[in-house]
Design a protein around this ligand. Structure first.
Ligand code: HSE
Length: 404
């Protein structure tokens, strides 16, 4: 019998219980053992729940999980940052393998938790933290042994992609679709993390650090979210025979890297243009394998729980990669070198702003109080300087890079 200590019984936790129950016999055939959720840490033991568990399995005391010597794997799906850090460190220190879906904790404590697990010869794996149900981190870790990875790129947030897809395809309003994304269980408890891009930034931090084999933190990544997009932007973008996605990208650059999360206008013929709704995609380039692309459901209960259980299965079968997967390269941040062609729209613009915009435009899409332009190739840092000089709030402009 393999006993799991499950921390959290929200959307993902319930999915884990459900899949384990439905696949009980198959899992037993493959592993030769029953995989059982022995204890579940919840905030309120008396709350009515849809998932059926033995009453005595529920506890509100983490010590009950930690001190249970029969529990060999802790599955952390609480969604809480500092508590989960405590749970994960204590679990590893007491000899338990850890699987987590929590990108915030992996991102913040990546180096520390990876080396603690390696030191203890235990698994610390987090497939569900990036790309929801897509198996991407395991193949990436595998390819790292054989390749130098030069670039990783992706649509990493299901909520943003769902909102953008429905705004473009159906002309629906931003707030209305965000609400539906929350109801469907795609969004974070606080959806600001989704729409302002923090969730994507965390996922890119994880992907970039693994891919480029050196520490790239959240602060190293330039960030812009999607919350200021309007129906006027959508109209302009559709007229360009294009769509818009929140794209995360990290690339090797000289003795360092560039890393950015930003709204990106992609021509309809581009691969990413066809990644729609709550689907995600991750592409990375290795010097031997070339470009690999991964595509699948980026959020939601069962896909995410499925990714969590893939990690559990790898531990049970003892086929997870041993050792610390993080590299020790010291990488310089070259984000000031990021350049491209951009779309910029400003609301409530005065004449002076319109004049400045005209000076950097190679195409003017609209004028008046809501001017929108396309720029020539320009450094992002220079464009940001110009925008900052307008002294306008973030909610009053929308900036997107344009790629073909
Ligand atoms: N809120 C996240 C998303 C969940 O929308 O992608 C999956 O990480």
């Amino acid at each position: 019998m393999i006993n799991i200590g499950l921390l959290g019984l929200g959307t993902v936790g319930s999915g884990v219980v459900e899949i384990l129950k439905n696949r009980k016999d198959e899992l037993k055939n493959i592993t030769g053992q029953e995989i059982k959720v022995k204890k579940v840490l919840v905030k309120n033991i008396n709350k009515e729940r849809q998932v059926k568990l033995e009453k005595e399995a529920l506890t509100d005391d983490f010590e009950q999980v930690l001190s249970d010597e029969e529990i060999s794997i802790v599955v952390e799906v609480t969604g809480d940052l500092e508590l989960s850090y405590k749970y994960i460190t204590e679990s590893l220190k007491s000899g338990k393998h850890v699987v987590t879906a929590n990108k915030a904790v992996v991102s913040k404590y990546f180096e520390e938790l990876s080396s603690l697990a390696a030191e203890k010869n235990l698994a610390f794996i987090y497939e569900a933290s990036v790309g929801g149900g897509i198996p991407v981190l395991k193949p990436l870790r595998e390819q790292l042994s054989l390749n130098e990875i030069s670039e990783v790129q992706g649509i990493l947030n299901g909520t943003c992609n769902y909102i953008l897809t429905r705004m473009v395809n159906e002309g629906k309003g931003y707030d209305e679709i965000l609400k539906i994304a929350q109801e469907l269980g795609y969004a974070e408890a606080d959806p600001t993390a989704d729409v302002e891009g923090y969730d994507t930034q965390r996922k890119l931090r994880i992907l970039a650090t693994l891919s480029l084999q050196g520490k790239i933190t959240e602060e190293d990544i330039l960030l812009d979210g999607i919350s200021s997009i309007t129906s006027l932007d959508i109209d302009h973008i559709k007229n360009m025979d294009a769509t818009v996605k929140l794209i995360a990208e990290a690339s090797a650059y000289e003795d360092g890297f560039t890393a950015v999360v930003q709204p990106t206008i992609v021509k309809n013929s581009n691969y990413f243009a066809n990644v729609n709704m709550a689907f995600n995609s991750v592409a990375f380039k290795g010097d031997n394998v070339g470009e690999l692309k991964f595509y699948g459901p980026g959020a939601g209960k069962l896909p995410t729980a499925n990714a969590v259980l893939s990690d559990v299965l790898d531990i049970v079968l003892d086929i997870y990669r041993k050792g610390n997967p993080l590299g020790e390269k010291v990488l310089k941040n070259y984000n000031e070198k990021i350049r491209g062609n951009y779309y910029l729209r400003i609301s409530n613009a005065n004449e002076e702003i319109v004049h400045s915009l005209r000076a950097i435009a190679n195409n003017v899409l609209s004028l008046g109080s809501q001017p929108a332009i396309l720029t020539d190739e320009i450094e992002l840092s220079k464009l940001m300087e110009i925008i900052t000089s307008f002294n306008i709030e973030k909610k009053d402009y929308f900036l997107a890079r344009i790629i073909s």
